[in-house]
Design a protein around this ligand. Sequence first.
Ligand SMILES: Cc1cc2nc3c(=O)[nH]c(=O)nc-3n(C[C@H](O)[C@H](O)[C@H](O)COP(=O)(O)OP(=O)(O)OC[C@H]3O[C@@H](n4cnc5c(N)ncnc54)[C@H](O)[C@@H]3O)c2cc1C
Length: 445
Amino acid sequence: MAATAPPTTAWSNWAGNQHADPGAVLRPATVDGVVEAVRSAGAAGERIRPVGSGHSFTPIARPEGRQLELGALRTDIRVERSARLVTVPAGMTLRTLNALLAEHGLALPNLGDIDAQTVAGAISTGTHGTGAGYGCLSTFVEALTLVTGTGEVLRCTAGQHPDVLAAARVGLGALGVLVEVTLRCVDAFVLRAHERPAPLAAVLAELPALVERHDHVEFYWFPYTDRVQVKTNDRVPADDRPLPRWRGWLDDDFLANTVFAGACRLGRAVPALAPAISAISARALTERSYTGRSDAIFCTPRRVRFVEMEYGLPRAALPEALDALRRIVDGLPFKVLFPVEVRFTAADDIWLSHGYGRDSVYLAVHQYVGMPYEPYFRAFERVATELGGRPHWGKLHWRDAASLAPAYPRFADFLALRDRLDPGRVFGNGYLDRVLGGAPSGTTA
Ligand SMILES: Cc1cc2nc3c(=O)[nH]c(=O)nc-3n(C[C@H](O)[C@H](O)[C@H](O)COP(=O)(O)OP(=O)(O)OC[C@H]3O[C@@H](n4cnc5c(N)ncnc54)[C@H](O)[C@@H]3O)c2cc1C
């Protein structure tokens, strides 16, 4: 049975830029409860939206009818150690998953910057980390179980409903409710992180070799400067250089969160100081190298609130995109307080993955909460669109179905599958209406 609770708190996301007052909040504990929740919403002619941890900046998870939370859903956890396959409830957070995997000597091959997302939420938007040889997190999905818009429960594997598996690994929450996900893991591993400041031009010149040589490479460009901070992570045999506890706290918590938050508040109050703050931040970051368990190296706490847009581009477009971004930043009538993050991923075959069919570079533009951002993001979106960019589904953008369709070779197949799995659009919301179209394809919206 789906437990119905009156909405005690309205829904909002982590960044605080999306809000909703759902008509009901449902927290089913069983798969049957999920089926019942979906069927009863359909019968009442209402929409129902599965939500994760609320870490998307777009209104992709915004519940506009009933809100479905999966945190209480218990399905069997299965660890097949020798096959390195793990099956978990889809509402489990990545943090809980990482701890579970570590207990079994396993790990996910790659992760993004944080671990607060749910497994379902992370894969549904194509969440990714960095590493030229690694696709987004959805590429680790071997199988999944989905409750469709008509209440059917589909177990999807390479042999059963392979088309649904191919699409629902980045399903935008549009095809059904994920209740269980099977992930292909690797043996637990240690990473050595190396961080160093460098001139942007030098990093761009050595980039192909850098990306080739290291397992995971990313860099942050500081607006108004020619400086970047480069971070590489490589697999090593021993955890022989852990950061002392105080140093980890000082660098990753105090400096990266507390001091940075203070600098952002100052920049917001006195925008003319932003270029100086950016230059000081770029110079203040020093070189350091340390080892640790993979998930602890990949993921760090993020307590300074911001809004973000991120575009995946063909790798060769990076220099042109960065050039354009510098000109955009310099020409804005306001200042930018956050660095630009640049990451790399490998091509995959998931229909609506940003990395579908091509090796990608990702450029993420951020702005501190409460600062203007739209002209900045929109100007970069125009450049990124020209360069064949695909917007991250969970991060701000203004593209619609007509503009996205040519960017994704399997877009029409995804829409046809959505018609089959959710003919009544019980999972719809305003965001999906915009990016996929509201009415079943072939009819008028
Ligand atoms: C501080 C911060 C850091 C981030 N770092 C990265 C990063 O490094 N790399 C990156 O790529 N992204 C990153 N993101 C974006 C984030 O990973 C994605 O937006 C992700 O989708 C959020 O997961 P969530 O659990 O919060 O899901 P939500 O945002 O709550 O939901 C996302 C989507 O998943 C759907 N969904 C949720 N549960 C289910 C379910 N059970 N079945 C079907 N659909 C479901 C929702 O309907 C919605 O469509 C970051 C975001 C923040 C705020």
